[in-house]
Each structure stands twice: as structure tokens, then as C-alpha cells.
Design a protein around this ligand. Structure first.
Ligand code: ZN
Length: 211
């Protein structure tokens, strides 16, 4: 417990700056961008969509939930299967347990609508949210010997609503080819990238006692 009160004279203090909401990168249909992954700190969580609460971490056995998509020892998995907890269209009010992932990435500024990096090379730090399908694709590439942290990729959006993303290898990472560019961009990335625990908070939260 803190002694802090909910009211008082505060002056000018950074402590009271409103928290910035983390935006994940939203693709438009057919949008294609050139990206790099300087860090493979990937946060992951299995969560349910709960009306009024947003994403809440599944409380089931992760092995069971991954395999069969439910574990009725989790109240939200149970609610998802409960035929009385449905909307007017018969869809479950509580979403099924789904594994999602987030990571920081670099997005290149490119020339016009092409995938060629602008000169001088410049980037922005963004946050990517993705599904198991995309994660498996990263894994497949790594297993084939692609060094994920030293390669550029193209990500293309096939479907906007569910953000269906296609990942393709685009060869050696351009940002690593020149030492002065590398240092500048690495510095920028270190400053802008979110730590893993902050990334994790994008994916959900724990069920409160009051639920
Ligand atoms: Zn669950």
C-alpha cells in the first residue's frame, strides 16, 4: 500500500504525464513494407477476448489449450463453451483461447511505393502483433538457416480485418551494411523499442479477483 492519495497539489511533474498507449502496426490491404528484426525478444500469451475487459490471459494448461483450444478449468474457456453465454447471433460472448505474439521491429522508409530503402537509410521502430501462422513462418526460416536478425524481410498484408501477413526473405539486412548507419540505427532502436514486459501487456492482463 502506498500513502499516495487520489487528490492533491502536484505542480509540474513527469510522474503525472498520461501513459502513452502502445499502438501495434496496422496494415492496410495489400500494403507491403520492408522490415528488419534487430531483437528476437518476442512476447507471447494465450488470451481470451472478454466483453468489457478486453484480452485476458487464459488460466488453463497451456499444453492443453494449444492442442484442443480449451481447458475447462479456465473459467473463460468454460464460458466460451457454454451455450447459454452467446450473443444474438449465437456466437460465444467470451472468445476462445488464442495464442498471440508481439515484437519490436524496424520499418524502413522506402522509395515511393517500392520496397527499396530510401537513401540515406532511415527507419522507424514499430510493434508487430502476429499469430501462430506468422511465428511458424519465422521458425521455418530460422530452421532453414536464415539469420533472422541479419536479414531484411518484406511483410505483405493479404487480408486487412484479421491482419493476415505474408513474410518473405529480402536478403542481407541493409541497415547492417555500413558501420555508421548500423550504430545510428541500433541507438535509435535501443531508445524506441519496448521492453518485453511492456510488450506482454499488449497481449492481455490477468483476470481480476472481482470478475
Ligand atoms: Zn482459457
Amino acid at each position: 500500500m502506498t500513502n499516495k492519495k487520489t487528490y492533491g497539489v502536484i505542480g509540474i511533474s513527469n510522474e503525472y504525464r498520461s501513459k502513452k498507449r502502445i499502438e501495434t502496426y496496422k496494415f492496410e490491404r495489400d500494403e507491403a513494407i520492408r522490415v528488419a528484426f534487430p531483437s528476437l525478444d518476442i512476447a507471447s500469451a494465450i488470451s481470451h477476448w472478454v466483453p468489457g475487459l478486453g484480452y485476458v490471459y487464459c488460466m488453463g494448461d497451456p499444453d492443453l489449450v494449444d492442442e484442443t483450444r480449451h481447458d475447462s478449468s479456465c473459467p473463460m474457456c468454460a464460458a466460451n463453451l457454454d451455450s447459454s453465454l452467446v450473443d444474438a447471433d449465437g456466437k460465444p460472448l467470451v472468445g476462445k483461447a488464442t495464442r498471440r505474439f508481439v515484437m519490436n521491429f524496424l520499418k524502413y522508409f522506402t522509395r515511393g511505393s517500392s520496397i527499396e530503402p530510401a537513401k540515406p537509410v532511415s527507419v522507424s521502430s514499430e510493434v508487430l502483433r502476429f499469430t501462430s501462422r506468422f511465428y511458424n513462418r519465422l521458425l521455418d526460416m530460422a530452421e532453414k538457416g536464415v539469420d533472422l536478425q541479419r536479414t531484411d524481410f518484406r511483410i505483405r498484408c493479404e487480408e486487412e480485418k484479421f491482419q493476415v501477413l505474408v513474410l518473405d526473405d529480402y536478403g542481407p539486412a541493409v541497415w547492417l551494411q555500413d558501420s555508421s548507419i548500423r550504430e545510428r540505427i541500433l541507438e535509435q532502436f535501443k531508445e524506441d523499442a519496448y521492453p518485453p514486459d511492456v510488450l506482454l501487456s499488449i497481449l492481455g492482463r490477468e483476470l481480476s479477483e472481482r470478475f
